[in-house]
Design a protein around this ligand. Structure first.
Ligand code: NAG
Ligand code: NAG
Ligand code: NAG
Ligand code: NAG
Ligand code: NAG
Ligand code: NAG
Ligand code: NAG
Length: 496
């Protein structure tokens, strides 16, 4: 079983995730990124062709939108990127599609999040990408080192400040373009999707509607069962292959058994071809857990990483031991490498930033009972709080998200309040368990796909996309068009 330090639920959400950054040794939480490992290659070619149309700007952003202390007035440069190639212009009140950066530098999103560019032409829309504060080039306090120094400087790093930033930049862009009556659709994935949906509720005068892709806004407090995340990971593997699921389920005690032998760890290090000798069995277990979680979260077509892992496990020679099969699965997923498991890497901005975010505001209680293919590892709030306090000197506020944005009884609360939000999910994404999966009203709707993965709908469309994904995007576009058409009619009726 994991020591508490390792049981931290900290894999970020980014729509994009790169394995090297998933298995942060210190912390181990499913990430919330929109983009997963294997997409990167395709994306680079895409970005080369679109980058000519992108113009980068910096906005003088206010450090603290909510107080009037001298320090609050400090400013920093916040990056945003505009593509006006398809825009119909201010005179026709043509729309703006605004993407909300999440817990990563904006660069990866520019080359991966295709929903805006793919649809800008038919909407005659301006495209706007905004970077989240404390990531990439949008760093307050003059340097990253200073910004991340301690809780005094990190204190301005939270979602309320971030969406206030977005409101200011959208307003600024509209003023600059004299596009006061251009409707704005905000789009985000994962944590960025949460921001988009919350933004529509808090800033209806700035955004006409929101597309919130894979946004687990209900994975707070006790709204979603702790084991939601890992039960979907397990289900994905079971559906791909029952024998693969069973092999993984049995492997944890095999690792323990191997470790308890004399020179067991060095034997395991050899068997898994680790880059450095293993210090303990958790090092291997955590790594394998993050491989399976990442494969499930980013289980996208056409390659379906879960199928790849299970192909390796099931394809091992029939006399292979359980751990030899596990190793074969790892090699199938990661490819032939000089070594595995504790590969040298630099800790990513996402890992560092998300650690603070999850230790302050974004407390997402992911734990495991005995109903998954993993070892039990319950989420224990009190030890989580203590670990965060020991890192940052201040404790998290696990209930703030639901106090500030809501979440409990969401259908009861929102069916009569709010409008124009699409919650899109792929039900093979483990984070979908914390998503909105049912329609709340005529205009707060859930658009899910049975076989979809994390943030799939907002990535660039590809030739090889299956029909269900093409359909999901079509439904989303149709709904957004309805919002805009209604808005333009309202504009004629109300704006005298
Ligand atoms: C953070 O660091 C600064 C500069 O070293 C110091 O003045 C401040 O008191 C520190 N804050 C906390 C909470 O430790
Ligand atoms: C190492 O593992 C292999 C098979 O997994 C086993 O046959 C061998 O006895 C082990 N060696 C040691 C020194 O534990
Ligand atoms: C296991 O080894 C890793 C890497 O050396 C170390 O960071 C961690 O604290 C160890 N965990 C336990 C439970 O001893
Ligand atoms: C880590 O970052 C340094 C400096 O940017 C770079 O030279 C090095 O190759 C990186 N290492 C890995 C493993 O990515
Ligand atoms: C799983 O946990 C439940 C509740 O703690 C317990 O009743 C059940 O016996 C456990 N099942 C197994 C297979 O250990
Ligand atoms: C919710 O409504 C949308 C739009 O009408 C529809 O496409 C979708 O299938 C509905 N979702 C559910 C879960 O019923
Ligand atoms: C989802 O995938 C499974 C097999 O992986 C397939 O049998 C099923 O038809 C798919 N469902 C949809 C709605 O495409």
């Amino acid at each position: 079983m994991n020591s508490p330090m390792f049981s931290f639920q900290w894999l970020p959400f980014v729509c994009l995730i790169f394995l090297s950054s998933v298995s942060a040794t210190l912390i181990n939480i499913p990430r919330l990124s929109p983009i997963g490992g294997k997409f990167l290659h395709d994306l680079e070619t895409v970005s080369a062709s679109i980058s000519d149309d992108l113009k980068t700007f910096y906005y003088d952003q206010t450090l603290d939108h909510f107080n009037y202390r001298p320090e609050s007035y400090t400013t920093f440069q916040q990056r945003y990127v505009v593509n006006s190639k398809y825009w119909g212009g201010a005179t026709s009140n043509a729309p703006i599609l605004a993407y909300f950066g999440a817990e990563a530098p904006l660069d990866g999103d520019l080359s991966a999040i295709g929903f805006l560019a793919d649809n800008a032409q038919q909407f005659r829309a301006l495209i706007l990408f905004i970077e989240h504060r404390y990531y990439g080039k949008s760093i307050p306090f003059g340097s990253r080192e200073e910004a991340l120094r301690n809780a005094s400087t990190l204190g301005y790093f939270n979602s309320a400040q971030a969406i206030a930033d977005y409101a200011e930049i959208i307003t600024h862009v509209k003023e600059t373009l004299h596009a006061n009556y251009s409707p704005v659709i905000v789009i985000g994935g994962s944590y960025g999707g949460m921001l988009a949906s919350w933004f529509r509720l808090k800033y209806p005068h700035v955004a006409l509607g929101a597309l919130a892709s894979s946004a687990p806004i209900l994975y707070f407090d006790d709204i979603t069962p702790q084991n939601g995340y890992f039960s979907v990971v397990s289900k994905d593997f079971k559906e791909a292959s029952e024998t693969c699921y069973q092999t993984i389920q049995k492997s944890w005690s095999e690792i323990d058994k191997a470790t308890s032998q004399p020179s067991g760890l060095s034997n395991l290090s050899e068997e898994f071809k680790t880059c450095r000798p293993l210090s303990n069995s958790s090092e291997l277990k955590n790594y394998l857990e993050s491989v399976y979680s990442t494969a499930a979260q980013y289980n996208h077509p056409p390659d379906y990483p879960v199928t790849i892992v299970c192909g390796g496990i099931d394809g091992a020679p029939s006399d292979a031991s359980i751990l030899e099969k596990i190793y074969a699965g790892l090699v199938a997923y990661r490819g032939i490498r000089s070594c595995y498991v504790n590969e040298p890497r630099n800790i990513s901005e996402t890992t560092v930033g998300w650690r603070w975010q999850t230790c302050s505001e974004m407390v997402i209680p992911i734990g495991r009972g005995n109903d998954t293919m993993f070892e039990p590892d319950p989420f224990i709030l009190s030890s989580y709080i203590e670990q965060c306090r020991s890192i940052y000197g201040v404790p998290p506020r696990p209930h703030w998200v639901t106090s500030y944005y809501g979440g409990h009884d969401i259908k009861l609360i929102l069916h009569n309040f709010g409008s124009n939000i699409i919650f899109s999910n792929g039900l093979r994404d483990p984070y979908s368990t914390g998503g909105v999966l049912g329609n709340i009203s005529d205009t707060i709707v859930a658009v899910s796909t049975v076989n979809g993965s994390h943030c799939l709908d907002i990535l660039f469309a590809k030739e090889s996309d299956p029909e269900w994904l093409v359909m999901q995007r079509k439904v989303e576009v149709r709904i957004i068009k309805q919002w805009i058409t209604k808005y333009h009619a309202d504009l004629l009726a109300y704006k005298k």
